[in-house]
Design a protein around this ligand. Structure first.
Ligand code: ADP
Length: 504
């Protein structure tokens, strides 16, 4: 039998990578025209590949957006440069504190005014639309930081003051119909050297056309700062190698409130004033324009009080540093004395500390060694002469520990002892406390009589005092304060001034 030819199944010659019908259809759609899609070239194949074309499209859009963005950013920064103006205040500029203080005061006022207007509106007065809109958007401070200042008074009492100032971050301020952006920025990476606190700047930004407001604003902030100091004495203390304002300015102490022995106060005041008037004399002779005063005497005899009152009288500030302070090195002291704030009396307390350091230096551990030494003090006093005036007051309770090398022109030009209360001082102090009270004169002579018989003061001729002990002016002030307005009480309590006396 004839072999039956097996019917051969027709083999479809389909290329391996042939698109499926579905893909073909989508290609045709992508190509837009099904009929003329394929002329077979690579380009047309690419063109007809939907993934490829879609990718191209996306990349194109991306590039455009990026370009536009960059353009916008450039445009914005150009516009910013053209239209806006910045003022940067760094932390160590004097205006830094003024500005923050002014800003918190200003915002407080603004809020109070807004509240008052709102209250008026609530009572039936219709606010104008614009006013009410402005009120609504008047920015208040929402982010504050607290500033605490501790002030140790000479009598040892501690006073703490708080103030709220704008905290780090962005704030908006409306000042004289201008909006000002305030950015208080903290750079946590860099620390203000020696202060241990982050470096900070405040940047104010406003429209270029409104830039004149800055001048007005700073003038106002400065005026506010000056008002706070008017009739007050500013105190500086050493912070690292620089002077920083310490606490709020204190009320000036009247010179009359410090009672020294006859003529002492006048002698010093006259000398300081004379020095202050002789700048040219020093300059012409090429002598460093500086003067030093040494006040010594037991504690509580008015050394600090007198310098404070003197600063008030001269309208000077006080820069205070205690030489027994730990960590005060010779270098620091030297640096401090060459950079004194203008119109400032320098007060170096406990100068004897530098002398005792001379004795203990060799056998002390490193930490104690980080104190001012005797030669360090002399160097700092002699220091590199600057053209500016320098008035230094040195105080000590132990004059016997000082070295005579200290008493040289330019180091110490005048030495004054403030002693325990004399008859004259007690009489003056009495008048200050009871001068207005009826019968004050008669009671005073009884009080002085009592003091005399206790052996605490000399008689009117200046002799006859028994015993070595005399009370300090501070303890007399304490007695009079305790018996405020009560002269008989003060007389009865006079024996309390004796050492070791107790009422039991
Ligand atoms: P010192 O510096 O000599 O130790 P302070 O000046 O600190 O003394 O005085 C301590 C307190 O005593 C202060 O409150 C001060 O008012 C009062 N005081 C001391 N001496 C006098 C004085 N001579 N006149 C007026 N007040 C005095």
């Amino acid at each position: 039998s004839a072999p039956v030819a097996e019917p051969v199944a027709p083999v479809a010659t389909v290329p391996i990578n042939a698109p499926s019908p579905r893909e073909q259809l989508s290609r045709q759609i992508a190509a837009g025209q099904a009929g003329n899609a394929g002329d077979g070239s690579i380009l047309s194949q690419l063109k007809s590949n939907p993934f490829f074309t879609a990718g191209f499209g996306l990349a194109g859009i991306g590039a455009c957006v990026a370009f536009a963005q960059r353009g916008l950013r450039r445009g914005a920064s150009l516009l910013r440069r053209r239209l806006l103006v910045d003022v940067e205040i760094s932390r160590n500029d004097e205006s830094y504190q003024w500005f923050l203080h002014w800003m918190s005061q200003y915002q407080k006022q603004q809020l109070a005014a807004t509240a008052a207007q709102a209250a008026a509106a609530a009572q039936g007065e219709k606010p104008r639309v614009l006013t009410s809109l402005i009120q609504r958007f008047t920015p208040g401070l929402h982010h504050l930081s607290i500033q605490t200042k501790n002030v140790v008074h000479p009598n040892g009492s501690l006073h703490t003051y708080f103030s709220l100032i704008p905290g780090p971050g962005r704030h908006v301020l409306r000042y004289k119909n201008t909006f000002i952006a305030v950015d208080r920025a903290r750079d946590t990476k860099s620390f203000a050297h020696d202060k241990g606190s982050p470096w900070e700047t405040v940047t104010l930004t406003t429209l270029y056309s409104d830039r004149h407001v800055f001048e007005e604003l700073f003038a106002e902030a400065h005026k506010l700062a000056m008002q706070l100091q008017e009739g007050k004495t500013v105190m500086y203390t050493a912070w690292g190698t620089e002077w920083r304002q310490f606490g709020y300015p204190r009320r000036k102490r009247p010179l009359e409130s410090v009672i020294l022995d006859q003529g002492v106060k006048e002698r010093v005041v006259e000398d300081v004033k004379d020095f202050m008037a002789s700048e040219k004399w020093y300059f012409d002779r090429g002598i460093p324009y500086r003067r030093g005063y040494l006040l010594h005497g037991p504690p509580g005899t008015g050394k600090s009080s007198f310098i404070q009152a003197l600063a008030g009288e001269l309208d000077y500030s006080i820069a205070l540093v205690n030489l027994s302070e730990r960590g005060l090195t010779d270098d620091r002291l030297n640096h401090l004395l060459t950079n004194i704030p203008p119109r400032t009396l320098v007060l170096l307390e406990d100068v004897d500390a530098a002398f005792s350091n001379r004795r203990i230096q060799s056998d002390e551990d490193g930490y104690r060694g980080a104190n001012v030494t005797f030669s360090g003090l002399l160097n700092a006093l002699d220091g590199v002469a600057s053209a500016e005036e320098r008035i230094v007051f040195l105080t000590t309770n132990h004059v016997d520990r000082l070295d005579e090398a200290l008493v040289r022109p330019g180091r110490v030009d005048m030495t004054v002892r403030l002693g325990e209360a004399t008859r004259y001082q007690i009489s003056q102090l009495w008048d200050r406390f009871y001068g207005e009270v009826e019968g004050s004169e008669e009671a005073k002579s009884r009080f002085l009589q009592q003091m005399e018989s206790l052996g605490l003061i000399e008689d009117e001729q200046g002799h006859g005092r028994q015993g070595d002990y005399r009370p300090s002016t501070a303890s007399l002030q304490g007695l009079f304060l305790y018996n405020k307005g009560n002269m008989e009480g003060a007389i009865a309590m006079a024996p309390g001034l004796l050492p070791g006396w107790s009422s039991e």
